[in-house]
Design a protein around this ligand. Structure first.
Ligand SMILES: [Zn+2]
Ligand SMILES: [Zn+2]
Length: 268
């Protein structure tokens, strides 16, 4: 039971991160109705629990990563950090500053992400994070049958940062490249079931508006398959997100320095 719970929490957390915070909030690769958006937002919060990522802070941080990938201004680059822990501490400080709005971002990185203040505030508070941690511990107390099961428990508390460390460290350090790019991005796994497609960093940095992170025949991006299914069920639309209601105050897609857009293109 414990290994199943761990595998489910791992894969669902990273799936929601890839689908909701990354592809929807940061890149606007699809649109959906307001009720579906709220359902997805709340599901992401409940699934990610202790390590819920505020979509606004995540989106700004991630857009900064694309704009400054592997330069000194990248919020998380293995090129400029000694180890994954230091890189994530550096990232966590910036994330916290953006969350509390102590740090103000460049205007081009603002807007176009979903905001639900009640949920975002509640799930970013320490008492809520600790309450989720207590629920995970209760589950282990009831179902752990082997000693080594307990070694998995702390991972549930920091699932989001662990995924972030794997993707941002390995995805810019280990693996192969399909495209030449100015950054150090790589594709770590050809079939990325570990991080639901997030480890296709080289493909994604080269084509940041493409909702399918796989680029070659042998590559498979699980989150893209989920998006196709959701689109077939008419829960989401793979259309230019700039037409969505969140775009109104900020109608211009975020542009990279090379002129390409971080948002989905109308040709989808
Ligand atoms: Zn990257
Ligand atoms: Zn991205």
């Amino acid at each position: 039971m414990v290994p199943f719970f761990f595998a489910s929490h791992w894969s669902l957390s990273v799936l929601f991160q890839s689908l909701f915070q990354h592809r929807y909030a940061a890149h606007r690769m699809f649109t959906m109705g307001p009720r579906t958006e709220r359902a997805l937002h709340l599901s992401a919060a409940l699934v990610q629990g202790s390590s819920y990522l505020d979509p606004r802070a995540y989106a700004i941080l991630h857009r900064e990563h694309h704009a400054y990938a592997d330069t000194e201004r990248d919020p998380h680059s293995p090129t400029h950090q000694k180890n994954p822990l230091r890189m994530m501490l550096h990232t966590a400080r910036r994330y916290a500053g953006l969350l509390t709005r102590r740090i103000s971002a460049e205007p081009r990185f603002l807007g176009g992400y979903p905001e639900w203040p009640a949920v975002d505030r509640l799930f970013s508070r320490w008492p809520t994070r600790i309450a989720f941690g207590a629920l995970y511990a209760l589950f282990y107390r009831r179902f752990a049958t082997r000693r080594w099961h307990w070694a998995l428990l702390p991972m549930h508390f920091v699932m989001g940062p662990v995924h972030g460390a794997i993707v941002n460290w390995c995805g810019h350090r280990y693996g192969y490249r399909n495209f030449e790019s100015r950054d150090a991005s790589r594709n770590t796994l050809p079939v990325d079931v570990l991080c639901m497609g997030e480890l296709f960093q080289n493909n994604h940095h080269t084509r940041p508006a493409s909702p399918d992170f796989a680029a070659r025949r042998f590559e498979m991006d699980p989150t893209w398959q989920v998006m196709r299914l959701l689109a077939r069920l008419k829960l989401i639309r793979l259309t230019p997100a700039s037409l969505g209601r969140h775009a109104e105050p900020h109608p211009s897609p975020v542009r990279r320095d090379d002129g390409t857009s971080l948002w989905a293109s109308p040709s989808l």
